[in-house]
Design a protein around this ligand. Structure first.
Ligand SMILES: [Mn+2]
Length: 372
């Protein structure tokens, strides 16, 4: 027996992308739909035995009815290839859910029950799926369960593998444990493997697979993620990741050290962004000249990268190259300020430096610089 499944999860159709402009939001949501179309096309090209979604296919709080029609059409196009859907915490199953209302084509199976339900895909391969029925508080699906048949048995659900939870929680502290379980529970219940969703970072464990979100949802995502071709043989499971992303999302850091006026900063940023398209988060750091304003309109999208769709500027560890000896010699308010702080016996050297820089910024009416 050899069977092929294409697994994806955490597409998050209809995510609001509130940080973006109205046009940017539309683009990003369209990209998510285009990514699903790529996944469906890939399933057809690979001639898989089933397309599987491990949850968070869409966001219950934000979906529009058109998304239901889109999904119905996309999955119907795969007929007769089965499409197995396990609702997660964002697309939990309930009377108001899109899963409940759409008139799916007969190849679509929604695992609406909280307990494992079997679907025999091919002779000797059963996929057992379970779904979330609420946005929070879902328990792990194992609870003493054991498969009741031979052949290969796969679990499929949206859940938090707890030995990996610490690392994932550091990555995103809002990821509280939905449907928590331990990886040992997978073989203990008689499963060969678990096909999962929830953690957005891809992971290939011995007994479980997280495919990772297939199209970017946040800036700074790394690692190869996408749709996973899971090949199940006699006693073996192998995986191959396919990139299906449609979005250009970049994360760029620019060191502005040595820049003494804003045009220099603009040119440095513009060069760093020249090869980028789509959506970019720009993080600025380094020691800049006293008058360089890193929140200047000279560093806006129009000025530095008009080819981009969206530029999010983040002020990182920016410091200012003050000539403190020269300022202390000034017959001015700030000269007196620097002299007073330097003479203060109550502060150590590092505290004096921070007080001086903070004070000079305030005296200059600046609020754009982090004092490190
Ligand atoms: Mn998710």
């Amino acid at each position: 027996m050899a069977a092929k499944l294409l697994l994806f999860s955490d597409l998050h159709l209809d995510r609001p992308f509130r940080w973006a402009s109205a046009e940017g939001r539309r683009t990003r949501r369209r990209n998510l739909r285009d990514t699903l179309s790529r996944i469906v096309d890939l399933a057809g090209e690979l001639e898989v035995d089933a397309l599987c979604c491990g949850g968070d296919l869409y966001e219950h709080e934000h979906f529009v009815p058109d998304t239901g029609d889109f999904l119905r059409g996309a999955f119907e196009a795969l007929y007769p290839i089965p499409v197995l859907l396990a609702p997660g915490n964002h697309d939990w199953y309930g009377p108001a859910s899109l899963y409940h209302h759409v008139e799916w084509s007969p190849n679509v199976v929604v695992f609406s029950d909280a307990h494992f339900s079997p679907v025999e895909l091919v002779d000797g391969l059963t996929v057992w799926g379970a779904g979330h029925q609420a946005p929070a508080g879902t328990r792990g699906p194992f609870g003493g369960f054991h498969v009741d048949r031979g052949g290969a048995n796969l679990a499929m659900f949206h859940g938090s593998e707890m030995s990996g939870f610490t690392a994932a929680a550091e990555q995103d502290p809002t990821k509280v444990a939905h449907a928590p379980f331990r990886v040992e529970e997978v073989p203990a219940a008689g499963f060969d493997h678990a096909l999962l969703g929830h953690y957005h970072r891809p992971h290939a464990g011995e007994h479980h697979t997280y495919p990772g979100n297939p199209d970017p949802l946040e800036f700074g995502e790394d690692g190869q993620r996408g749709a996973v071709l899971v090949t199940v043989g006699d006693g073996s499971v192998s995986r191959e990741w396919f990139t299906v992303s449609c979005s250009d999302v970049g994360d760029v850091a620019v060191d502005l050290s040595g820049v003494s006026y804003v045009d220099e900063a603009r040119q440095r940023v513009s060069a760093a962004l020249a090869a980028h398209r789509g959506f970019v988060r720009l993080t600025l750091h380094g020691e800049v000249g006293e008058h360089v304003d890193v929140q200047s309109a000279e560093l806006s999208l129009e000025a530095v990268a008009p080819q981009l769709e969206e530029l999010v500027v983040r002020v990182g560890a920016i410091t200012v190259a003050y000539d403190l000896d020269a300022i202390a010699a000034e017959r001015s308010v700030r000269g007196q300020f620097v002299r007073s702080v330097e003479e203060s016996a109550d502060l150590d050297e590092e505290q004096r430096r921070r007080v001086i820089i903070t004070g000079l910024r305030a005296l200059a009416g600046r609020n754009d610089l982090a004092v490190r």
